[in-house]
Ligand binder design. Sequence first.
Ligand code: FMN
Length: 225
Amino acid sequence: MELQDAINGRKSIRRFLPKAVPKETLRKILELSARAPSAENTQPWEFYVLGGETLDKIRTDNVEKVRNYEMPPPEMHHIMVERPKGSVFRERQVEIGKQLYGLMGIAREDKAGRAAWVEEGFRYFKAPAAIIIVAEKSLPIEGTYLDVGAVMQNICLVALDFGLHTCIENQGITYSEVLRKHADIPETKRLMAAIAIGYADPDFPANKVESRREPIDHIITWCGI
Ligand SMILES: Cc1cc2nc3c(=O)[nH]c(=O)nc-3n(C[C@H](O)[C@H](O)[C@H](O)COP(=O)(O)O)c2cc1C
């Protein structure tokens, strides 16, 4: 696949087909993706690749916590980012939410429908596999996030080359204690990102989402060029 096609073709997929992804394919995707740059080649990332019964147990426990309105543990507060009220960032957040709920036919006042949709993220959108990116807690979180972002984008792009789609999701790492328990992730490692991965369900309404981008000239300042 051409690079530009991959960049244009990548989108968040929120329902996957019940079709397993071969372990060797996932290994290859991670091997290629780990060619990502990192500050001073520190390569802070490590991957926990979840599937089968392990992933099913995690989905079940996640959903139970969501239904009980459990908050994420303090160690996960780094993913709980509030966008300033009235800011363009909040506007964009609302816009994508409206688009998704609109496509799913879930009305604003339909509390049960909204809650059921939120649960889907905690089920990794029924993906046959999920990749959890972790990094040592001894590393500073700021720079590590940049490095993890690079490898994360690689995973999403390389996946396309194997006919796979992805959804990066904070929901997938919200309940770190669930992941630690079932995937045996030690306390010394910080959970940085989750990526649901699998074959996209082409007929699922939310998969038809087309996220908008700011026109590029709004966000470039040319200096000396
Ligand atoms: C760090 C990060 C966390 C995200 N967390 C979630 C999430 O918890 N649930 C979800 O449905 N999408 C999540 N997304 C996907 C974004 O909503 C999505 O990338 C954005 O709306 C742009 O849409 P696109 O990926 O289809 O271009 C996340 C993306 C990133 C980069």
